[in-house]
Design a protein around this ligand. Sequence first.
Ligand code: USQ
Length: 402
Amino acid sequence: MKVFIAGIDGYLGWPLAQYLTARGHRVAGNDMFYRRQWVAEIGSHSAIPVYDLPERQRAFRDRYGCDLIFRQGDLLDYQFLKSFLEDFQPDAIVHLAEMPSAPYSMIDQAHAAFTQHNNVIGSLNLLWAMKEVCPEAHLVKLGTMGEYGTPNIDIPEGFFEIEFRGRKDRLPFPRQAGSFYHWSKVHDSNNTMFACKIWGLKATDIMQGVVFGTSIDEMGGNPRLYSRLDFDQCFGTAVNRFCCQAVIGHPLTLYGAGGQTRGFLPLRDSMQCLTITIENPPTAGEYRVFNQFEECYSVEELAYMVQAVGNEAGLNVEVHHYDNPRKELDKHYFNPDRQHLINLGYQPTHDVRAEMRLMLRDLIPYRDRIAEKQDILIPDIRWDGTRRRSQMIDEPAPSVRH
Ligand code: USQ
């Protein structure tokens, strides 16, 4: 199949281009390199060095024996987008070209407005471009499990049957997002569902959990092919941050009680799921929702797993609680379904510790690069729009320290 990846230089886009090419698909993609700029703006860099795009393309050709079709440009540039799609005529479009960080979207008015404009209008442009250029293509839209929030009932995949005042219907499950970023994904979901209904487009909206991992087997252990791996407070996700903290002897930063429970999945599972989705498109006019995660864990469970794996590897890993800079429940019910992907053949990794071992192996050579930026490991972006560094809340007070 011909697959267009919007956001091909990112954490997921770059490995997906490789995973699909290794399976015989033809890949093209765009990027504006914003992710590289945002991480620099936060004062950080990727733990694993990220090569520039021409170097990535050379490494890609060496490994896979074909060219990666790339054009620099933005989904907000509608003419650019339309002409790229006209030239490539994709069978599937994977939309990974959004600003993906909850804390970044909560910094201030400008960052909240940027996030929603970039994400919502970029996605809207993509829907219009598909309608005008390739209405038969399948949109695989990256949403987030965070659209649902943490309701006190089970979470179905997008829709549920409801009875109200004696009548029944199948309706979208309520969304209760927890950041302006997560709300941007809700707005995208509504627009995508509507475009399928009125124009007959086909789309799969992926409610993906928190991804972790440094590499996939297809990269053959070649660091030029590795993905970026962020560990700052905005673009570093929980397990990725914990592994980077572990290799430099920084305490793992559990926010609040650590009972926040989410669906998590290794990078390799994310690639497997996206590929299964692409290879099994919906019918014209169908809008379907897949919940995409390997298993649900609390962040505390994951921190203690990283500690165990790190200690086995000879690291001395401590776990500490910090006052939570976010507004979220840190103890709650969480029970989402993820049956659609399993029905299509998804085989969850089920060995999170093995994945963490690989991550530590990949990260240890870059200890110094991480240590260089360790000042930015404690979060200071708060959900009320202020900045204040979180304090460790489980350290004995100085007077009782022995
Ligand atoms: N957390 C900690 N310590 C840390 C970092 C995070 O305790 O050092 C906690 C957070 O408070 C939160 C949980 O871990 O409760 C997850 O945080 P995260 O930063 O790993 O992930 P999140 O902000 O939810 O966002 C990430 C991706 C986003 C994606 C989302 C999927 O950045 O693009 O949409 O995961 S989900 O969480 O399922 O909505």
